[in-house]
Design a protein around this ligand. Sequence first.
Ligand SMILES: Nc1nc2c(ncn2[C@@H]2O[C@H](COP(=O)(O)OP(=O)(O)OP(=O)(O)O)[C@@H](O)[C@H]2O)c(=O)[nH]1
Ligand SMILES: [Mg+2]
Length: 194
Amino acid sequence: MALYPEAKFLLSANDPRQFPADHGREVAFAGRSNAGKSSAINAILGRRSLARTSKSPGQTRLINFFELTEGERLVDLPGYGFAKVPVAMRQHWGELIQRYFAERQSLQGVVLIIDARRGLTDQDRQLVDWIETAPRAVHILLTKEDKLSRNEARQVLAAATRELDGRATVQLFSAHSGSGLEAARGRLRQLLGE
Ligand SMILES: Nc1nc2c(ncn2[C@@H]2O[C@H](COP(=O)(O)OP(=O)(O)OP(=O)(O)O)[C@@H](O)[C@H]2O)c(=O)[nH]1
Ligand SMILES: [Mg+2]
């Protein structure tokens, strides 16, 4: 059975005034453009296409809120680091995400999606700093593990664990093969305080 069988799309926001009421608990999914955020959300919720995925980067342009149960939400943030996006739009996204992290009281934790083939980038490090403007948990999914050999996967995990040095929990994941899925589900429930 799906983890949250009643999960449904709530609204898209382009401006903090459009955010749903800041009550209850929510967990946000963040990461570079095309890293696999929307795919991870669908895999974790066991729903084929609740969050929209795409082969071309920069598809999630708004902050998308999903309701899991009453008072529990999951948030799909727009990806960063996509060079082809006009500067003004990139700035707008940056400000939107930064304000979201700075102001959102109901935000319990962030699942940071990182393409395991790239590892952590400077923008990912910057994001961890923004998230930590309030005391919040960060859980990292090193995704697309299916694209790596076992040995490569082990090395990426070791390097990320070493670098993060306790600031975040980290695991390997694949939305396609389902590896790491149960661990990610367990961590999501923890972050939501269940
Ligand atoms: N091999 C593999 N491909 C994946 C995996 N997860 C996502 N992808 C692919 O990566 C591409 C981007 O996935 P999305 O989930 O749309 O990525 P996103 O981070 O939401 O992208 P934006 O919304 O554009 O920022 C798609 O072509 C997916 O099929 C995975 O675990 N393994
Ligand atoms: Mg997306």
